[in-house]
Ligand binder design. Structure first.
Ligand code: NAD
Length: 377
């Protein structure tokens, strides 16, 4: 393989391989066979022809036993119902726990397939092949798997580490622009909590990043390194890993309030702006840095479908959140670009309901109207 990182976790370390044109590489197939001799490929219906065919043909030619399972794309299918449907297909086909599940797709597929791997016959090997930018830099690494319920995003799930992750940036070629931008939002988040230099690279190299050249590959690698280090330090989200939730508390509430009618990336974009705004109103983050964050998103032309937000629904969704404590919620905050705010109380900070309401008002009046930088006095 071209490049390799190792996620070091006691008793469950695993490699992250970097390889372009993965399905043309003999060593990819050989590596997979070190984890199992038969496979269940879980993907979206729409990705079977687009991406999965060479893999399926190879297995067929080599007489390697495989089962293809697919479900429609969309966050609304990341449910217990889809999980049950897929598990029933596996039970009907008498899949044993010695087979490995290969997830091929974005975060929806890896979260759902990963959760099946964690629970099917009390667990089976899991391999992730992320095909979205978000999947590559975030969802496929760190072992968080699960499904959404009417109570919120990822409310039922597990920590279940894969046996291996294969990153092939050439999968991104067919990714729709909106989904690419969605992943870019997570990339911005990663730079905000970890490294101001990476943030500047995004600011200064829009054309190269969007052209998906070498620089994008370097950024993908850098973001994976950030995530890997955080997961190694705090696998189960008790401390430093909570920083990766920047933008997600508000973002998830927005997604839920809209019935998942906007992309995950769009929701997290709003969440990051909102939580950065919160940091500024609390006088932790300076206005100049806040404006740089807003400007970066505008620079990449983040646009939104015209759906109207409801403050009441967002608040209701927020207070369904597991991090609630009376009338306050906990949020990661920013000290500066590349520097999260961490103090003696930890990595997330108590925010009063009044401040939360002010943040939602700001998002609704400013971001939604697309005039990001008009700040209240
Ligand atoms: P997604 O999985 O919904 O994929 C987006 C769309 O792109 C889908 O329609 C998919 O079919 C399509 N697609 C995927 N790859 C493609 C390709 N190469 N070419 C063409 N189309 C392609 O979206 P996402 O942004 O990858 O993932 C969002 C999910 O990830 C959310 O459910 C979120 O909760 C989860 N997530 C999980 C973690 C984690 O640590 N487990 C971290 C971040 C996000």
């Amino acid at each position: 393989m071209n490049k390799k990182l190792q996620v070091e976790l006691e008793g469950k370390s695993y490699p992250i391989f970097f390889e372009k044109n993965l399905f043309q590489q003999k060593n990819f197939y050989e590596e997979c066979l070190t984890y199992a001799s038969s496979f269940v490929l879980i993907t979206h219906t729409s990705l079977v022809q687009k991406i999965a065919m060479p893999l399926l043909k190879h297995w067929k030619k080599q007489k390697i036993s495989s089962l293809l399972l697919s479900f429609p794309p969309g966050e609304k299918y990341k449910t217990r119902k889809t999980k049950e449907y897929l598990e029933n297909q596996m039970l009907l086909a008498s899949v044993s726990r010695e087979s490995a599940i290969l997830s091929l797709g974005g975060g929806v597929v890896s979260d759902l397939a990963g959760f099946i791997a964690a629970t099917y016959k009390r667990s089976m090997p899991l391999i992730h092949l992320p095909t979205t930018l978000l999947g590559m830099i975030d969802a496929s690494i760190g072992g968080k798997v699960g499904v959404n319920t009417s109570f919120g995003k990822n409310t039922i799930g597990a920590f279940y580490q894969p046996k291996a992750v294969f990153i092939d940036p050439s999968f991104l070629r067919s990714l729709p622009c909106e989904e690419f931008l969605s992943g870019l939002v997570e990339m911005v988040k990663c730079t905000l909590i970890a490294d101001p230099k990476l943030f500047s690279i995004l600011e200064e190299n829009k054309e190269e990043i969007l052209a998906q050249g070498n620089l994008l590959e370097k950024m993908i690698f850098a973001c994976i390194e950030v995530k890997k280090k955080i997961v190694e330090e705090d696998e189960t989200d008790r401390s430093v890993r909570q920083l990766l939730g920047l933008g997600h508390t508000l973002g998830h509430a927005i997604e839920l309030s809209l019935g998942y009618r906007i992309s995950h990336g769009n929701a997290i974009y709003l969440g990051i702006i909102g939580e950065a705004y919160l940091s500024m109103r609390k006088k932790i983050l300076c206005q100049e840095s806040f404006e740089r964050i807003c400007a970066l998103f505008q620079h990449y032309g983040m646009v939104f479908p015209s759906v109207s937000l409801s403050k009441k629904k967002i608040l209701a969704a927020l207070f369904l959140n597991k991090k609630k404590d009376g009338d306050t919620l906990f949020f990661p905050l920013l000290k500066d670009i590349g520097y999260p705010f961490v103090n003696s109380s930890g990595f997330v900070h108590k925010v009063e309901k009044k401040e939360i309401e002010e943040m939602i008002d700001f998002i609704m009046c400013n971001v939604w109207e697309n005039s990001l930088c008009s700040l209240p006095s």
